[in-house]
Design a protein around this ligand. Structure first.
Ligand code: G6P
Length: 614
């Protein structure tokens, strides 16, 4: 959470910083700020509560000159969202300004010590404590900025990505990282710094990913220098990234979320490109091919993830057990990392993450690797921390996802899990040739079927108007549709702020059924598959208690569709691919209800796209 941008070069810093912040707004948007350093050492800091656009308005008539600057868009951890707590924070002497992403866990002790030494604090943030500490060490030891930074960082406990400017050195930009991402771009004499590669890719394709415990020292006219906290030089490979990677507009859609829902047919095609071959009826993933023996000899798979990615993991479990007969567990990364889990060197841990930066998922990976497990990453963001921390992996290739509520990443993750399961099942001989070929043929036509589902958008938009009254929703599904129920409920909660619960449909009898009355909308995911008869009984139970049933059914359904109050149809597919279709009406339902309620769909309150703190 929180996005950082920095610039040092021959051009004006401000436009680079503001454009960069706009691309990083998915990481947080409760306040934003910028610090600009003039060549004469003049330091201007502007901060504003709200979004980057509010900061832009605020700075409209301000002095925005300077070739050096840092900027930040915030997701509050310590201290409420307000201009005072917004970054950059400036040290009491006015010498240093800093932006920070992460949490300094021992900030209270450091703050108390500094207060005793006469330092005054303007905010309640942990970040201000760190910049004051750097200032204190620099003046106490008359230390060079890099040395002061190293000493300060040795004292702090926690996670950080920071960018620092020192008005005594208006031609230098400093950065450091531990557990939070930072990328440095280089073009001629210009340096670009950002929390992810997207703001940089517009200017250069040459980047370096800073590693944990490293400090970057950028001096105008010199080469990038990277040292660790003990001042030893660190060597880095300069990587090449695709240019204009981050150029994502709304393409005429009202919101990124809707655009991303509509992109799913193309995204899933991209995800399968070069992997699924419908003519030869094969599926091949290079990571599976390269690590075949390790994967096939695994006693067990453990999937770790958070949020929507965890829901994709639940579908992955069913796929691996159903198709490959591999015992699979699914854990929330945040629980897994602290519950002293049994991890054996014969286990394969699969980490799923859209952003590739989720702090808990990264920590779970580290734990798994330290216990000797082989770790396979499934990520969207190319070059992010998780793909670099895993032994191997597959990208989902669905392009940048900007809407905070994840949509196309979910279907991309499920598609990759299905491809891995099919590839392994074939290798393990747990699937016969006929079923394997039929499944590949079906997977290849899923994008066309997704397009069919999107045609019901108008109907769902009208339907949504009826349900804006609701304060609660229940989502029910069984088998492969149970994780879809969880995901549908999560989408509604995230963007419309309506309380929603996802439940395995048969479990409803053990509690949630008490909530059902004529006011309660119940969304039932009931495609025509082996469990259809069972879920039909659950629909009857709800109707008997006057619940309002919204059913997702297979086209041509003439049983549940007659009992339900409203139906949304999806094309027929194989049971294990149903989630790829049935999720879409639920995404649209959540979207339209949130729009009807006037909510900020792309930037829901209190959420962030990338959760880089615990
Ligand atoms: C945040 C996002 C969710 C996402 C979750 C996990 O909560 O708002 O959309 O599912 O993090 O993120 P990851 O990037 O690891 O998939």
């Amino acid at each position: 959470m929180c996005g950082i941008v920095g610039y040092l070069g021959s051009g004006d810093a401000y436009p680079v910083l503001i454009e960069g912040l706009k691309q990083l707004e998915y990481r947080g948007y409760d306040s934003a700020g910028v610090a600009l350093v003039g060549s004469d050492g003049r330091l201007n800091v502007y901060k504003e509560k709200g979004k980057v656009a509010d900061l832009e308005n605020y700075t409209a008539d301000k002095d925005k000159s300077g070739h050096l600057g840092i900027a930040h868009t915030r997701w509050a951890t310590h201290g409420e969202p307000c201009a005072k707590n917004a970054h950059p924070h400036v040290s009491s002497s006015g010498r240093f300004a800093m932006v920070h992403n992460g949490i300094i866990e021992n900030y209270a002790v450091i703050r108390e010590n500094l207060e005793k030494k006469g330092y005054e604090f303007k905010s309640s943030t942990d970040t201000e404590v760190l910049v004051q500490l750097i200032d204190y060490i620099a003046s106490r030891d008359n230390a060079d900025t890099v040395i002061a930074l190293q000493s300060a960082l040795r004292e702090v406990v926690g996670a950080y990505a920071i960018a620092l400017v020192d008005k005594e050195h208006p031609d230098c930009l400093y950065a450091a990282r531990k557990s939070s991402p930072l990328v440095i771009g280089m073009k001629d004499t210009d340096f670009y710094l950002a929390s992810d590669v997207n703001p940089i890719a517009a200017y250069t394709d040459k980047v370096v990913y800073l590693e944990d415990g490293e400090i970057a020292y950028m001096h105008y006219g010199d080469k990038l220098r990277i040292v660790n906290l003990s001042n030893a030089e660190c060597c880095h490979e300069v990587m090449t990234v695709p240019k204009n990677l981050g150029k994502a507009g709304k393409d005429g859609f009202g919101h990124y979320m809707l655009k991303e829902i509509y992109e799913q047919p193309d995204c899933i095609r991209d995800c399968m490109r070069g992997r699924v071959n419908p003519e030869a009826r094969t599926v091949t993933l290079s990571a599976v091919h390269d690590h075949r023996d390790r994967l096939l000899s695994a006693d067990r798979f453990i999937i770790v993830a958070c949020g929507t990615s965890w829901h994709a993991g639940l579908i992955g479990k069913q796929l691996f057990e159903d198709l490959c007969q591999i015992p699979t567990e699914v854990a929330y990364a945040s629980e897994f990392r602290y519950c002293n889990p049994v991890i054996r060197s014969t286990d394969v841990v699969i980490a799923i993450s859209q952003s590739g930066e989720t702090a808990d998922t990264l920590a779970a990976i580290e734990l798994a690797r330290s216990r000797g497990a082989f770790v396979y990453g499934i990520c969207n963001a190319v070059g992010a921390s998780i793909p670099r921390a895993t032994d191997t992996g597959s990208y989902i290739h669905v392009g940048p996802e900007i809407g905070v509520a994840s949509t196309k990443a979910f279907t991309g993750q499920v598609t990759v899990l299905a491809m891995i399961a099919l590839d392994l099942a074939k290798e393990k001989h747990t699937i016969d040739d006929e079923r394997y070929a039929a499944m590949i043929e079906e997977l290849a036509v899923i994008p066309d079927k997704m397009k069919e589902v999107l045609k019901s958008d108008g109907k769902i938009a009208s339907l949504s108007k009826i349900f804006t009254y609701a304060r609660n929703f229940i989502y029910l599904g069984r088998g492969y549709s149970y994780p879809v129920a969880l995901e549908g409920a999560l989408k509604l909660k995230e963007i419309s702020y309506i309380h929603a619960e996802g439940y395995p449909a048969a479990e409803m009898k053990h509690g949630p059924i008490a909530l059902i009355d004529e006011e309660m909308p119940v969304v039932i995911i009931a495609p025509k598959n082996a469990l259809y008869g069972k879920i039909l009984s659950n629909v009857q139970e709800i109707k008997a208690r006057k619940g309002r049933v919204i059913a997702i059914v297979t086209e041509g359904d003439d049983v549940i569709s007659r009992i339900a109050d409203t139906c949304m149809e999806i094309p027929r597919t194989m049971e294990c691919f149903d989630p790829l279709l049935s999720t879409i009406p639920l995404q649209l339902l959540a979207y339209h209800i949130a729009v009807c309620k006037g909510k900020d769909v792309d930037r829901p309150r209190n959420l962030a796209k990338s959760v880089t703190v615990e």
